[in-house]
Design a protein around this ligand. Sequence first.
Ligand SMILES: [Zn+2]
Length: 291
Amino acid sequence: MKKARLAGLVVLALIVAEAGRHANAWMSREAAVPVPNAPAAMHAVHAGRDQPYRGDLVLIDGAHPVREAGRQTDIIRLFDHPELRNGYGLANTAIALSKRAADKWQLLADAAREDGIDRFFIMSGYRNDAEQARLYEEKGSLYELPPGFGEHSLGLSFDVGSAAAEMNRAPEGRWLSKHAWEYGFILRYPQEKTAVTGIRFEPWHLRYVGMPHSALMHRYGWTLEEYLEALKQRKSMSTAMDGVEYEVTYYAASAAGDTAIRVPAAGAYMVSGDNRGGIIVTIQTRTATGA
Ligand SMILES: [Zn+2]
């Protein structure tokens, strides 16, 4: 049964077209080195030494700093991309972000505008270590994190405000808490989870994690910490959305730095480290009719 279903894995043209362009993009089988004797539908590949530290799901906190491999490789200055700054404002022209996250943010901003929510502005995006150090010195440890320990160093996080009011009271903030997950984003530091995150409530701080992870976190009310722990305990989770089925599987990273993971022989998958010793493989399958 399982074999029949796995044989139904299809390559999603759009996603695979991206394969190999970015370190953390969805990959097709071409990106993988097959291991002989693996079953036909799935095969084993080796995740490299850096893999635990990079990807959309890495956890950054006081115990898990950003590793060099964790920085996104597709960081762009939003001001240079007029097609990606429609319907919201930028606090300054230097604001930068991973292009993949910026693409999804633009989709979110378009959808929000259709709901009459059109006063977002991005206050801060990707920060290099020098910028983070400056902020840390300026604002102190109560409000800022030392360089290397803040999510802004990944390129997947940004602070977004509202020109209407403070985010915790603004329609923009309410809209985000309801809909951000639909575009792959999470509110990283929620009000009711300060004991889990160790960070005060930040209704403005968004983090891109991608689908289906944002949807699973939203469904169960989990922070990134809680989601990663649940994956580690359960070993795998699956969900279906918009006719696409996702399987998320946790692997403990090998201490030798070369971890065998199982990926579809023909189909789209994404690999991300969790920055705390785990590797998470997300497989995307089309829910085929009659399969
Ligand atoms: Zn922030």
